[in-house]
Design a protein around this ligand. Sequence first.
Ligand SMILES: [Zn+2]
Ligand SMILES: [Zn+2]
Length: 129
Amino acid sequence: MNLMESMPQIAQEIAHLHVEIQNTKEALQTAKQDVDFLTEFSNRTNDINKILVSQLQETNEHGHGLTNALEPVENTHPTIVCRSCFSRGACMLILPCHHLTTCKSCGVHLTMCPICGTAIAEAIECRFV
Ligand SMILES: [Zn+2]
Ligand SMILES: [Zn+2]
């Protein structure tokens, strides 16, 4: 095969490569737009996060923690904390040992008193008012 005969083939390959370069450029452009969009999106998400955090701090400063606001209203002891989850007030009186040690959610799952280890025969929900 001499050079003159292979010229059209080479020209075709070059044309094909041009098209590929063009496609790659377009893909790069699209990718760049995606990056711009995601950068802006993450900036905005950061802003929203900051607002939420400051709102949360404000809420806590006023003595109404968000956790409390989201908890279902439960009649719990104001000072005795549940010995099982340590996050809610205790309201379940355990029988037969009479220990007041768990919140309602934990009380229904427990089989033994967290204080003395007595097998729970019954747990009674108490009222403090
Ligand atoms: Zn609990
Ligand atoms: Zn007990």
